[in-house]
Design a binder for this molecule. Structure first.
Ligand SMILES: [Zn+2]
Length: 185
């Protein structure tokens, strides 16, 4: 997995980029939590469940169906977020499925069971560019530094670009729709 601190880069980039009117703060907080929930499956190791099992790490909790389930659960609380059902569902689904997609770009462990229950195959992306962070890696070890640098380059940098892109697109669209020329108050 990328480290637990890196999965939240996706909800933060989307949420901050789209702004509070689209993704209110409470929904953003739930998005951050949702982005790391699939890795609760590491608890399976404590119960002796093998990695390759569908109940093991990167198994069913890293599937599209699980991401849909998390997004659907979020719908129960959509009123709390002061936004629409659609936005709640779409945001949480994108965030949840992004977890498995990021994991698929790492260069170690097993792939993600994206298509469970239709297939138990573990998938990797065609380019495994993110240095895998084995469970228990110490941040201040040489390996830990490598992992952090790799995540900064392949996850945080694209996320900052996405966030800035969304921000300026939103600003441009807002200016156009309000009919206010750029720079004129
Ligand atoms: Zn994971």
């Amino acid at each position: 997995m990328p480290t637990i601190f890196t999965h939240p880069a996706i909800p933060l980039a989307i949420g901050i980029g789209l702004g509070q009117s689209a993704i209110p703060k409470r929904l953003l907080v739930l998005g951050v939590v949702t982005s790391v929930v699939p890795d609760l499956d590491v608890l399976a190791f404590k119960f002796g469940v093998p990695y390759a099992s569908i109940l093991g790490h990167r198994g069913l909790t890293h599937s599209i169906l699980f991401a849909l389930t998390l997004a659907a659960l979020g719908l129960f609380a959509y009123r709390v977020f002061h936004t629409s059902r659609f936005r709640t569902f779409a945001f949480l689904f994108v965030v949840a499925v992004s977890h498995a997609i990021l994991d698929a770009f790492t260069n170690g462990g097993l792939g993600v069971a994206l298509l469970w229950p239709f297939s138990s195959e573990r998938f990797f992306a065609p380019w495994q560019v993110i240095q895998v962070s084995p469970i228990g890696t110490h941040f201040f070890s040489t390996r830990g530094v490598k992992v952090v640098l790799s995540e900064l380059l392949w996850v945080w940098l694209p996320c900052v670009m996405l966030c800035v892109g969304l921000f300026f697109t939103r600003r441009t669209l807002t200016h156009h729709s309000s009919g206010t020329p750029n720079g004129v108050p």
